[in-house]
Design a protein around this ligand. Structure first.
Ligand code: NAD
Ligand code: WQD
Length: 334
């Protein structure tokens, strides 16, 4: 039985599909602070298989221990946490509480119940300002905002834990920019409030929930002047977790990029989304967003060598799958 923390969220729900399809049993622990339990009904509908859903908080260590024992969990995929860079600047203590203290309590609960296999959702944001590109996994780590520092702190805690007890097996997955949705259109990203991220915002313009996109700067050192990122289809990302999980039978601690290796600019994404949706996306160019970096993308050879995994879906597929979800669920899960 695999414990999936934060499994009702955007990436966790897609990972649950890949886990169930790989024949794993799944128990999700989620407090639904940024998700809707309906996502997990849809996951079960897609897979034609049940999973167990427990409403609860990773910071409740005793409850997590009880859950692990009751369900006989043998490994943990840890997605639960807060993820907005902007909110983390305004409310850093909340981010340290959910992310760092939450992960610490989860690790304690695992230690006390003898569960030593963990996959952790980290982020390319731990690399900070690029000293070279593509980011290889040995690029210096230098998070530049509170959210990123919580991820880096958790990474450090995990590396320390492995040194302290090398019978643990820990996979740290550094996601680049996850977009898209399951090809059924039944599940997808459902941001609360105004989306911070590019593709959810573009999708809401396309569906008519927002008037125009703000393009944050067109004077970057990139081919068309707009920011370049490594967008990765969420189902490729989900598959990466199943590949990583297979490695945990042997004690180890590794950190690996999950990206495609290719960058797309903001305007390239807008054009791909227009083509996928048949909708015009009006936009205004605005000043740069504080803290944004010109361009970054992943080195992908280590993921291939280590796990035999690579992303296969194109930016066109990311946009058309995202659009299928958005257009069949204009208000998300409602
Ligand atoms: P999400 O907000 O959709 O999912 C997170 C889930 O965790 C939600 O269902 C939320 O309700 C739950 N949760 C939060 N705090 C909890 C707690 N204390 N106890 C129990 N459940 C809790 O976010 P996502 O996009 O699916 O991201 C999943 C993970 O991947 C996060 O750790 C995030 O930092 C990381 N990540 C995300 C991105 C991205 O761009 N989406 C990129 C890199 C890394
Ligand atoms: C992408 C590009 C923007 C919105 C963030 C986090 C990162 C990770 C992924 C969790 C940039 C531009 C955006 C808009 C725009 N999350 N943009 N108008 O900033 O690369 O990464 O999400 O770990 O930590 O920082 O993603 O989608 O916000 O921006 O022009 O309305 O789109 O300037 O160039 P980002 P994003």
């Amino acid at each position: 039985m695999i414990l999936v923390t934060g499994g009702a969220g955007y990436i966790g729900s897609h990972a649950c599909i890949e886990l169930l399809n790989a024949g794993e049993d799944v128990v999700v622990l989620d407090n639904f602070c940024n998700s809707n339990p309906a996502s997990l009904d849809r996951v079960q509908e897609i897979c034609g298989k049940p999973l167990v859903v427990v409403e609860g908080d990773i910071r409740e260590q005793a409850a997590v221990e009880k859950l692990i024992i009751e369900h006989g969990c043998t490994a943990v995929l840890h997605f639960a946490g807060l993820k907005s860079v902007q909110d983390s600047v305004a409310r850093p203590l909340e981010y340290y509480d959910y992310n760092v203290i939450g992960s610490h309590r989860l690790l304690r609960a695992m230690e006390n119940t003898g569960v030593k296999k963990l996959i952790f959702s980290s982020s390319a944001t731990v690399y900070g300002k690029p000293q070279f590109l593509p980011y290889t996994e040995d690029h210096p780590l230098n998070a530049i905002n509170p959210y990123g520092r919580t991820k880096l702190t958790i990474e450090d805690m995990l590396r320390d834990q492995y040194v302290g007890d090398p019978t643990w097996s820990i996979g740290i997955l550094r996601y680049f920019n996850p977009v898209g949705a399951h090809e059924s259109g039944l599940i997808g990203e459902d941001p609360r409030g105004v989306p911070n991220n590019l593709v959810p915002f573009v999708a809401q313009v396309a569906i008519g929930r927002r008037d125009r996109l703000n393009v944050w700067g067109n004077d970057y050192d990139t081919p068309d002047g707009t920011g370049v990122r490594d967008y990765i289809h969420v189902m490729d990302l989900a598959a990466g977790h199943v590949s990583a999980l297979k490695l945990l039978d042997t004690p180890r601690c590794f950190a690996v990029n999950l990206g495609t290796g290719a960058g797309s600019s903001v305007l390239e994404v807008v054009r791909a989304f227009e083509a996928a949706s048949g909708k015009h996306i009006p936009y205004d160019v605005k000043p740069r967003r504080p803290g944004d970096i010109d361009a970054y993308y992943a080195a992908t050879d280590y993921a291939l060598r280590l796990m035999g995994w690579k992303a296969t879906r194109t930016i066109e597929m990311m946009c058309s799958d995202h659009w299928r979800w958005q257009s069949s669920n204009p208000n998300g899960y409602g």
